[in-house]
Design a protein around this ligand. Structure first.
Ligand code: PEP
Ligand code: MG
Length: 592
């Protein structure tokens, strides 16, 4: 019989599939008190389960690559920290030792206790952190269960399933998405949660707060997940299915319309050519970049090669990775960024300094590379060798002042001399560029331009450093806003300085791939955008609707606003007026 459950849309879209229930909160726990002589053994079981959960998170981290890894790793780190939280661990030990709870019961007690504390908080953000605690403890409970049951209760979705769960950890979601999961219906949770953010970037429809989902849906029930309306329809009728088909048709038309843009030029409505580059780390990214007509790779983050690796990758391992990237792009320019370890990019290679009070302001990026010239030289040699296979540019992260670029150039020169002595082929020229992501570099950009052949603006970090707001902290959303006037003025300053010096300036932070900011970046004079290849067609489509000259006319006004709200209002006005003009002129979208 058809029935309908309603929830809050956390990620838009629709999906039809079989239900797969996960009920971590319902694991049966043995509530009989422990006998004195059992305590030691049970404590060991508890700690073994904690270790397993830590290990699982580490493994998960190792399996994720590219932009997704960056996003998910933040969540994994938060969960790993919780697993090492002294108070949480002490509380668990006490429950077993003093309260004579069995490990499963102790974990459940601790989970319920902490959930209640978070639930009572007024702040919706803090309330939503309750999910992290629950997800972490559920992972340990699950590990504990597996010690006794030979059957691994691993989350391993089969293709065509919709996950019905209390809530889901971001790491599990990333893994499931790779296994063909179609969507998620969560009975609790909020649209602020890490999982919801991730579902949006994975393109997985998701509902949260779908009360009673676990008691009203059964394994293998057919579910129509309508995360446009906020509904999960159990046993959908023919009418529901025809609505789904209509949605699918529209989505397919839109997909086909965009696909045609793969071979279209990237041009604004008034005919200004714009460069679209890809941020690419994997062979899948490279294939997608080419299929969507990227003009090259604007950012290859080499640190992922190091983070994936146990120990340091050798010169040959690096050379092969860079060479394959260069060859994969078939003659289009590739921008290889030197190592940017430190801060949020945890260091599996063991290079970053331990115990820094403030790692984001510490020895990261080029600062770290220059501290380890031998490690850096290995990377430089690999890049030089790979650059014989196609056009390569080298990008230096976290540059603050010119002497860092000078030092990098010197290391390149020395590496060239060594390679020449070894009779190894060398590229003729290798442009060296600076990431502009430290405020000092942005303000003093003219000095850097004397030593840099090109610039790439990293707004992810530039925004966090200009605004003193951690880029990974959801509680600072109101501050960490790309429309902050201080940031806009800096962007304009850097772009204009690059233009005056006749040196290319691209922007490779997340906003480059967000169509909500395309008009803004044109207004500021940007001509080269570098983004996740999945965004290229949407941005090309957007650019074709925008009038470059018209937008540039409003740049001065934009740079006079006092607040990000004013910047947003101005941007909306300008874009709406331009769209109205588009319609009056009866202009069609360039490729239909
Ligand atoms: C940036 O900071 O905007 C950037 C592209 O670099 P990353 O995100 O790798 O720090
Ligand atoms: Mg950065």
């Amino acid at each position: 019989m058809r029935h309908l459950l309603t929830g809050t849309v956390a990620a838009h879209g629709m999906a039809l599939g079989r239900a797969r229930l996960v009920q971590p909160s319902r694991y049966t726990v043995d509530t009989r008190p422990l006998a004195e002589e059992e305590i030691e053994v049970e404590l060991q079981r508890l700690h073994q389960a904690l270790d397993t959960a830590r290990q699982e998170l580490r493994e998960l981290r190792g399996k994720l690559h590219g932009a997704l890894a960056r996003e998910v790793n933040e969540f994994i780190d938060a969960h790993s920290l919780l697993l090492d939280d002294a108070e949480l661990l002490r509380g668990l030990d006490d429950l077993v030792k003093v309260g004579h709870y069995r490990p499963g019961a102790a974990l459940k007690k601790q989970r319920d206790r902490l959930s209640a504390v978070f639930e009572a908080m007024d702040d919706p953000y803090l309330r939503s952190r309750k999910e992290d605690v629950e997800q972490v403890i559920n992972r340990v409970i699950s590990a504990l269960q597996r010690q006794t049951s030979p059957e691994e209760r691993k989350l391993a979705a089969r293709v065509g399933e919709i996950l019905i769960a209390d809530n889901i950890a971001p790491g599990d979601m990333a893994q499931l998405a790779g296994n063909g999961l179609l969507g998620v219906v969560a009975s609790s949770g909020s649209a602020y949660s890490h999982s919801a953010i991730l579902a949006r970037s994975l393109g997985l429809p998701m509902l949260v707060g779908t009360r009673d989902a676990l008691s009203n849906i059964h394994d293998d029930d057919l579910i129509l997940l309508d995360a446009e309306r906020g509904e999960a329809v159990v046993h959908p009728t023919a009418q529901d299915l025809s609505r789904y088909r209509a949605w699918q048709r529209e989505a397919a038309i839109e997909g086909r319309r965009l696909a045609k843009l793969a071979n279209a030029p990237t041009r604004t409505r008034d005919g200004v050519d714009i460069g679209l580059l890809a941020n690419a780390e994997t062979s899948i990214d490279v294939a997608m970049a080419r299929a969507r007509g990227a003009d090259g790779v604007g950012l290859y983050r080499t640190e992922f090669l190091f983070l994936k690796h146990k120990g340091l990758p050798s010169e040959d391992e690096q050379f092969i990775a860079y060479r394959d990237l260069v060859m994969g792009m078939g003659g289009l320019p590739v921008t290889i960024r030197t190592l940017d370890l430190g801060a949020d990019k945890a260091d599996a290679a063991g290079l970053s300094l331990r115990g820094e009070d403030n790692p984001a302001l510490g020895v990261r990026g080029v600062r770290l590379s220059l501290r380890y010239p031998a490690v850096f030289t290995t990377q430089i040699r690999a890049i030089l060798r790979a650059a014989c296979y196609g056009p390569v540019r080298v990008l230096v992260p976290m540059v603050t002042q010119p002497d860092e670029l000078i030092a990098v150039r010197t290391l390149f020169k020395l590496a060239r001399q060594d390679l020449k002595r070894e009779n190894i082929d060398l590229p003729e020229k290798l442009p060296l560029g600076a990431m502009i992501e430290v405020p000092a570099a942005a303000i003093n950009v003219r000095a850097l331009l004397e030593y840099a052949d090109f610039l790439a603006i990293g707004t992810n970090d530039l925004a966090q450093y200009v605004l003193a707001a951690d880029r990974g902290n959801d509680a600072l959303e109101n501050i960490y806003n790309p429309l902050q006037p201080a940031l806009l003025r800096l962007l304009s300053h850097v772009i204009s300085a690059g233009r005056r010096a006749k040196k290319p300036v691209s922007l490779c932070g997340e906003i480059a791939g967000d169509v909500n900011f395309t008009a803004l970046l044109l207004m500021l004079g940007l001509c080269e955008f570098s983004m996740h290849p999945g965004q290229i067609l949407q941005v090309r489509d957007r650019l074709a609707t925008l009038d470059h000259a018209e937008l540039r006319r409003h740049a001065a006004r934009l740079l006079r606003v006092h607040t990000h709200e004013q910047a947003e209002a101005l941007l909306n006005d300008v874009v709406n007026a331009s769209e109205a003009l588009n319609q009056c002129a009866g202009r069609e979208r360039p490729v239909a």
